[in-house]
Structure formats: structure tokens, C-alpha cells
Unconditional design. Structure first.
Length: 189
């Protein structure tokens, strides 16, 4: 795929992402092998929509027994910045009481959404809630939130591609890139 005109710089190629995802799955497999996991099954929870490419790639390499579930939580509402308290638009349809949960996230920026969801899942009775994220942007943090596993650490830039969007577009780019936000002012879809 050619570089999209809204891309200022490609940070991570499809190949780099694939390699790092395989490494993360191996690390996380080892962790769960050392845990007493109920029914030997980890519940993987993807936060839609951004998690889709990373989660699909991750589960190809994750060898531990698992179930996949999804939640829709909004905090951006189509813009480039978090706009306040997260809202759960689609909740889980299963009980997570006493279960080991692994949240699969595309990016941790402010940390507000993930902190909210971790607390929510703990309230619902999860035994343990861990987080793996493809991208970690610590400079954007406004709450005390860290991933248990992280693919790549990035600087405070607006990122698109590989699940990350601008106004619901550009998620299908096969790489992670810095968006040329100067072009957004006059951009015509």
C-alpha cells in the first residue's frame, strides 16, 4: 500500500508490528502458564474499534486457551483528543467473576478510558485485569495508568493506521503513522 497523503511519517511497518506482536504473545503466554487461571482460560477483551488489527494479529500467536469478547467505549467522538469521561456503548455479555482478563488495546494515551475500564471490570468481579497495548504514549498520560505489556512507546503525536483513526477513517492503513494534522484543516474526503 502506498503512503497515504495524510501520513507525515510511517513509524512502524506491518512487518515490525507483526514481529513485535509475536514477541508480546510469547511473553504473555509465559506469564499465564505461571498463573492459576480458572478453567485454564483467559478472557481477551478488545476495546473496539481500534483494537481489531492488533487483536486479530495477537490471537494468531497467543497459545494459551482463551475466549474473545469486545466492548465499545467512547471517549474521542471522532476528534483528535479525549473529550471527557468514557461511556460504555457495548458491554460484555458474559460473567467475568473470578476470571483472568487481558484487555487488548491499540493505544494508551491519556489513560482515562483504560483506567475506567480496568476499575469497571474489577467491580464486576474479575480476578485479575492485565493490559497489552500496541502503542504507549506516556507523555499524554493524565491518570496513573501503565500497560502490563507494550509493543512500542511513542511520542506525543496524533497517530493513524493499524486500527487508529481520524473521524473513523484510516484504520485500514497497514502501518502506524504520524498524521499530518496541518492537512486536516483543508482535507476533502
Amino acid at each position: 500500500m502506498e503512503k497515504h497523503p495524510l501520513v507525515k511519517e510511517i513509524l512502524f511497518s506491518k512487518e515490525q508490528i507483526d514481529t513485535r506482536t509475536a514477541e508480546l504473545a510469547e511473553e504473555i503466554d509465559k506469564y499465564y502458564e505461571s498463573q492459576d487461571v480458572k478453567e485454564n482460560t483467559v478472557i481477551l477483551i478488545g476495546l473496539l474499534k481500534g483494537c481489531v488489527p492488533f487483536m486479530a494479529n495477537f490471537i494468531k500467536y497467543f497459545k494459551h486457551e482463551c475466549q474473545t469478547e469486545y466492548m465499545v467505549v467512547s471517549s474521542y467522538l471522532g476528534g483528535t483528543k479525549t473529550v471527557g469521561e468514557p461511556k460504555i456503548n457495548l458491554d460484555l455479555n458474559i460473567s467475568i467473576k473470578d476470571k483472568h482478563i487481558l484487555i487488548i488495546e491499540d493505544i494508551i494515551d491519556s489513560g482515562i478510558t483504560l483506567d475506567y475500564i480496568k476499575n469497571y471490570l474489577a467491580f464486576k468481579g474479575a480476578k485479575e485485569v492485565k493490559v497489552v497495548t500496541l502503542l504507549d504514549k506516556p507523555e499524554g498520560r493524565t491518570v496513573d495508568m501503565e500497560a502490563d505489556w507494550s509493543g512500542f512507546t511513542i511520542k506525543k503525536e496524533f497517530i493513524i493506521g493499524y486500527g487508529l483513526d481520524y473521524e473513523e477513517r484510516l484504520r485500514n492503513l497497514p502501518y502506524v503513522a504520524i498524521c499530518d494534522t496541518d492537512k486536516l484543516k483543508d482535507w476533502k474526503w
